[in-house]
Design a protein around this ligand. Structure first.
Ligand SMILES: [Zn+2]
Length: 189
């Protein structure tokens, strides 16, 4: 999958994580929003952590870490994500930021898996790929699918509140804004 596809699917995941944090886990709104943003950033992390640079001499794009190797290995992302989730479950709210970033990266790896170029398997010297389709194929379809999933998630997140939201949209937006401002003020004071 290409950058745009990873960004769209990452944004979908980010919205879901923000809502889950704020709505179900009752985390502060600022942390919830930041967690969603980091999931979005994480969804491109395996590619940009390869540190791409342009080789003028050979006129080609190169990476410091070979493409689809170390940063595309799911094991460290999964381990760090699991550790961060454990810390969250123990009450360390800020670890949700790490967990979200790892979730974004894992989504990236899952969406790279059907492509034809292998990524690292369970052991780093093995390579896996499903060879279902090329990186440039089916991006639009996958993005539509994850967007629909996000829509369903949003629907269930606010189930029971939709009538109130529809009747009082200004109040809802104002309350969210006040909460964010309250948290921001507490942060700086
Ligand atoms: Zn990739």
């Amino acid at each position: 999958m290409y950058r745009v596809g990873h960004s769209v699917t990452g944004a979908n995941l980010g919205v879901c994580i923000t809502l889950a944090c704020a709505n179900w886990l009752h985390f502060p709104f600022l942390i919830s929003i930041l967690a969603g943003y980091l999931a979005y950033k994480g969804s491109n992390a395996p590619d940009y952590l390869e540190m791409r640079w342009y080789d003028r001499k050979h006129q080609e794009l190169r990476t410091l870490i070979p493409h689809r190797t170390l940063t595309h290995w799911f094991v460290p992302w999964l381990a760090l994500g699991a550790y961060a989730t454990y810390q969250v479950s123990q009450g360390s709210v800020y670890w949700v930021l790490v967990a979200s970033y790892c979730a974004g990266a894992l989504l990236h790896i899952i969406l790279d898996l059907p492509n034809k170029k292998p990524i690292l398997g369970l052991l780093p010297h093995t390579g896996i790929c499903l060879k279902w389709w090329g990186s440039h194929e089916h991006q639009f379809l996958i993005c539509c699918f994850t967007t629909v999933l996000m829509g369903i998630f949003i629907y269930y997140c606010f189930q029971g509140s939709w009538e109130y939201i529809a009747n009082n949209p200004v109040t809802v937006v104002r309350d969210i804004w006040y909460q964010i401002m309250y948290e921001a003020n507490r942060l700086v004071s």
